[in-house]
Write a protein that binds this ligand. Structure first.
Ligand SMILES: Nc1ncnc2c1ncn2[C@@H]1O[C@H](COP(=O)(O)OP(=O)(O)OP(=O)(O)O)[C@@H](O)[C@H]1O
Ligand SMILES: [Mg+2]
Length: 391
C-alpha cells in the first residue's frame, strides 16, 4: 500500500493521548482490517438507538444516559448542551466507544460500534477525530511532531507525513510554527494544533468536547470560524459540546439539550433557541435573553398610578417562525405611535430573526388587543406582554 493510498483510506485517530486503551501495536495491525467502505454510505453520521449508560461508583449506580434515540445528519454541525453532569461527555464518548453504552446501540456511518472487535474499532476510530478543552498536546514534541504522531503511528511514510502535516498546519494557520513547542503557543494556537492533529487521519466526524472553553472570546471566534470552514470545505460532521450558548447560536445546525441523561429538547437551533420549551433550555439560554435591566425592574409597578403621567412597559418576543421580524412602522401604527425602545435586540439564527424588544408606551394611549397583534399574517410579534408600568 502506498503512502498516498493510506492517506485516502480512513486512518486512525491514533495518539496514545487520545485512546490510552489502544496499544500502538494494535493500531499498526489494524491497517489490514478496514471496515468495508460501502457500510459508510449513509446520510446519517451517527445514530443513537435507546442508548443508556450507567456508571458504577462507590456511591452507587449513576444513570448518566437514559434511552437516547436520535440521528445526527452527515455533514452537519451538531451541538450538545446541558447543565454540568447532564451526560454530554458520556454521550459524545460513546461515538468512538471511549465509553461503552450499558444498553442500546451507537451506529457510526452505518456500523454498529458495539459489534466491533478491537482491530475493527481502531479502524473505525480512524474516521473520528477528537479535540479537547485542554488540547492534550505532548509538551516534549514540536507542533509538527504532535500533528505527525497519528500518521507515524499508522505507519505512513515520512515523505507523506511531511506533506500532510505541512498541509494541515497551513490549513489551521500555523505554517510558521512547525518547530515550536506547545508551551510557546497561545491557547488558540494550541487548539489549532489539536485540530490539525485531529484532522491528520482525514476523519469524517470531528468530536469537540468544550473545545473553546479555555479561550478568550476573540480566539473562540477564530476557532469557530476554523471549525465551520472545516465543516463546509471538507464536509466533516462536527459534533460539539459547549457551555457557551453563543457558540451553538453561531455555528450549529441542530442542537440537543440533555437534562439528567435524557433528551430535553432536540431540533434546529433557531427553533430550540427561538422558543425553548424545557426548563433546562430556558435556564441555559437565560444569559442570551435581553432581560429586564435592573434600573427598569426597580421602577416597574404592577398598576398604573392613580394620577399623573406614566408609561406602559411592553415586551415583544420574536421566535424566528414564519419570517416575522420587528417592523417599527407597523409596531408604531399598532400602538398609536407614541412609544420608545427601552432595551432589547434581535439576533439572526440560521436566517431567522429571534429576540426581544422592551418598549415604553405613553400611558394615555389606549391599549389595542395584544393577543390579536400576535396572531395571523398581521402579527407584529410572536408574543406581546405588558410587563407593568413606570412613572
Ligand atoms: N467514570 C465515571 N464514573 C462514575 N460516574 C461518572 C463517570 N463519568 C461520568 N460520571 C457521572 O455521569 C454523569 C454525567 O457525566 P458527564 O461527564 O457525561 O456530564 P457532562 O454533561 O459532560 O458534564 P460537564 O458539563 O460538567 O462536563 C455525572 O453525574 C457524572 O458524575
Ligand atoms: Mg463534560
Amino acid at each position: 500500500m502506498s503512502g498516498s493510498a493510506v492517506l485516502r483510506r480512513p486512518l486512525a485517530q491514533v495518539s496514545e493521548v487520545f485512546y490510552q486503551s489502544d496499544s500502538v501495536q494494535a493500531l499498526r495491525n489494524s491497517q489490514v482490517s478496514e471496515v468495508p467502505a460501502q457500510q459508510y454510505a449513509t446520510a446519517t453520521a451517527v445514530s443513537f438507538q435507546s442508548v443508556g449508560k450507567v456508571y458504577q461508583s462507590s456511591a452507587g449506580a449513576v444513570h448518566a444516559l437514559d434511552d437516547i434515540t436520535l440521528d445526527i445528519p452527515a455533514g452537519s454541525i451538531f451541538g450538545i448542551i446541558g447543565r454540568s453532569g447532564a451526560g454530554k461527555s458520556s454521550l459524545l464518548r460513546t461515538i468512538n466507544r471511549l465509553e461503552q453504552p450499558t444498553s442500546g446501540k451507537v451506529i457510526v456511518n452505518g456500523v454498529d460500534m458495539g459489534l466491533l472487535g478491537e482491530a475493527e474499532l481502531v479502524a473505525l476510530r480512524r474516521r473520528i477525530g477528537m479535540i479537547f478543552q485542554h488540547f492534550n498536546l505532548l509538551s516534549a514534541k514540536t507542533v509538527f511532531d504532535n500533528v505527525a504522531l497519528p500518521l507515524r503511528v499508522a505507519g505512513v511514510r515520512p515523505a507523506e507525513v511531511q506533506q500532510r502535516v505541512t498541509e494541515l498546519l497551513a490549513l489551521v494557520g500555523l505554517q510558521d510554527k512547525h518547530h515550536v513547542h506547545p508551551r510557546r503557543l497561545s491557547g488558540g494556537q494550541k487548539q489549532r494544533v489539536g485540530i490539525a492533529r485531529a484532522l491528520a487521519t482525514k476523519p469524517e466526524i470531528l468530536l469537540c468536547d468544550e473545545a473553546t472553553s479555555a479561550l478568550d472570546p476573540e480566539t473562540t471566534q477564530s476557532i469557530l470560524q476554523l471549525l465551520r470552514d472545516i465543516n463546509r470545505r471538507l464536509g466533516i460532521t462536527v459534533i460539539l459540546i459547549t457551555h457557551e450558548m453563543s457558540v451553538i447560536r453561531e455555528i450549529a445546525d441542530q442542537v440537543l439539550v440533555l437534562e439528567q441523561g435524557r433528551i430535553a429538547e432536540l431540533g434546529q437551533v433557531w427553533q430550540v433557541f427561538g422558543s425553548p420549551q424545557h426548563a433546562a433550555t430556558k435556564a441555559l439560554l437565560a444569559p442570551l435573553q435581553h432581560g429586564l435591566p435592573d434600573d427598569v425592574q426597580q421602577r416597574l409597578q404592577a398598576q398604573p398610578p392613580a394620577s399623573g403621567a406614566y408609561e406602559v412597559l411592553l415586551q415583544l418576543d420574536y421566535s424566528g417562525a414564519g419570517g416575522l421580524e420587528p417592523d417599527f412602522l407597523r409596531i408604531a401604527k399598532a400602538f398609536g405611535g407614541d412609544l420608545r425602545l427601552v432595551h432589547g435586540g434581535v439576533d439572526r439564527i440560521q436566517g431567522h430573526a429571534h429576540g426581544r424588544l422592551l418598549l415604553a408606551l405613553h400611558g394615555q394611549t389606549a391599549l389595542p388587543n395584544l393577543s390579536q397583534l400576535a396572531q395571523g399574517p398581521e402579527a407584529i410579534a410572536h408574543r406581546i406582554e405588558v410587563l407593568g408600568y413606570v412613572v
